[in-house]
Design a protein around this ligand. Structure first.
Ligand SMILES: [Zn+2]
Length: 118
C-alpha cells in the first residue's frame, strides 16, 4: 500500500465498542478544539452515529446550536454537530462534527468497509 492510501484508510472508532465513526481524511486540520472531555477534533462527516435533540450551548466563541452525537452501536456519547453559530467567524463549523478525542480510538480499516456499514 502506498503512503497516501495508507493515510486515507485511517479511521477513528468508538473507544467503547470499536464501531468505525470517522475517516481521518475527513478531519479538518485547523487546530485542536476544546471538547467536554478535553481535546476535540473537527470532522466534515461522521458515520454510524445517532443524534440527540438540538440545543444551545454558550462557548468561548459565542452561542452555538448543537446536537450531541452518539455511537449507533453502543449509544456512547462521542461529540456534537454544529447546527448554527452566533458569530460569522464561526460559521465554518456549521454542519461539522466536533468529536471527543478521549472517546475515540484511531484504527486502520478500509473505507469501503466503513461505507458498507452505513
Ligand atoms: Zn460504540
Amino acid at each position: 500500500m502506498d503512503p497516501i492510501s495508507a493515510i486515507a484508510s485511517q479511521v477513528w472508532a468508538c473507544k467503547t465498542c470499536d464501531n468505525p465513526l470517522l475517516r481521518d481524511m475527513d478531519r479538518i486540520a485547523y487546530q485542536n478544539f476544546r471538547a467536554v472531555h478535553g481535546k476535540g477534533f473537527l470532522f466534515h462527516n461522521a458515520f454510524n452515529v445517532d443524534f440527540g435533540k438540538t440545543y444551545e450551548r454558550q462557548m468561548t466563541t459565542g452561542w452555538h446550536s448543537i446536537r450531541d452525537v452518539y455511537c449507533n452501536r453502543c449509544n456512547a456519547y462521542v461529540g456534537w454537530q454544529y447546527e448554527k453559530a452566533e458569530h460569522e467567524t464561526q460559521s465554518y463549523k456549521v454542519g461539522k462534527f466536533l468529536m471527543e478525542a478521549e472517546l475515540l480510538r484511531q484504527a486502520s480499516g478500509a473505507i469501503e468497509k466503513l461505507q458498507a456499514r452505513l
